[in-house]
Design a protein around this ligand. Structure first.
Ligand SMILES: [Zn+2]
Ligand SMILES: [Zn+2]
Length: 242
């Protein structure tokens, strides 16, 4: 596992920092942290969805999706009853687990295709694959004392009737079960230089950012001056070595 650690510093009076095409903003009244960046165009997904829907039709894809999820649940139940009634038989259990998992992966892939088909259908004229993206999507992450939320906003326009559509999708949402303050870690403040003045003042945001990347964001503020800081640590799981 490799890791990557960086610090974003907010000296007294500074609330906004741009670093590597990412904007970090702190609201000092509420301690809300907002991180904004540009995402990638959805074009390749649109093309893939377009090809599949053209080939099989939306109705067939929908039927396949429901069949795959039902099969996955059925196989999982069979596995459960088999273990419950007869104890684990390694080979058959392995076959059932694998088949259930494969059906689940196929179902989620088909679900994504149907979802993208709906995204690109014009809300006004109803044409399929009508929306084109006007600019790159905005990826926004908001962290407060009691929640962490990541949203993706896409800006689209219909190529037939020029209808504009802004779509906000919640990619990730966490409620923090323990929103209380913590004063665990104390460090020397980089603003005023006082020892043990920089405190970690609330619970970190920890979440799976990508399938192989686990991100932890810690929040610090100085008790003596207006200096604030966040640390962002990414732990990478090397999937090739597993
Ligand atoms: Zn339209
Ligand atoms: Zn300080």
């Amino acid at each position: 596992m490799s890791k990557d650690l960086k610090y974003i510093e907010f000296p007294a009076g500074t609330n906004k920092i741009y670093l590597d095409d990412v904007c970090y903003e702190l609201d000092r009244e509420t301690d809300t942290l907002t991180i904004c960046s540009e995402g990638n165009f959805n074009n390749f997904l649109k093309k893939r969805t377009f090809n599949l829907i053209n080939r099989f039709g939306l109705r067939t894809i929908n039927i396949l999706k429901i069949s795959a999820i039902s099969l996955s649940i059925l196989l999982f139940l069979l596995l459960f009853f088999k273990i419950f009634l007869k104890g684990a038989d390694s080979l058959l259990s392995l076959i059932l687990i694998s088949a259930s998992l494969i059906s689940f992966i196929v179902a989620s892939h088909l679900y994504e295709i149907v979802n993208y088909c709906n995204i690109f259908r014009c809300k006004k004229c109803g044409q399929d694959f009508a929306y084109e993206e006007m600019k790159k999507p905005l990826i926004k992450m908001v962290s407060t004392y009691n929640k962490y939320e990541k949203t993706i906003t896409s800006y689209m326009k219909c190529k037939y009737c020029n209808n504009e559509n802004v779509k906000v999708e919640i990619a990730h949402r966490n409620s923090k079960s323990n929103p209380k303050n913590i004063y665990k870690n104390r460090k020397t403040c980089k603003g005023c230089g006082n020892k043990f003045s920089l405190i970690e003042y609330r619970y970190p945001d920890a979440h799976l950012e990508y399938y192989n990347r686990f991100r932890t964001i810690r929040h610090y503020k100085c008790t003596d001056c207006g200096y604030m800081e966040i640390s962002i640590k990414d732990d990478y799981v090397d999937v090739n070595r597993m």
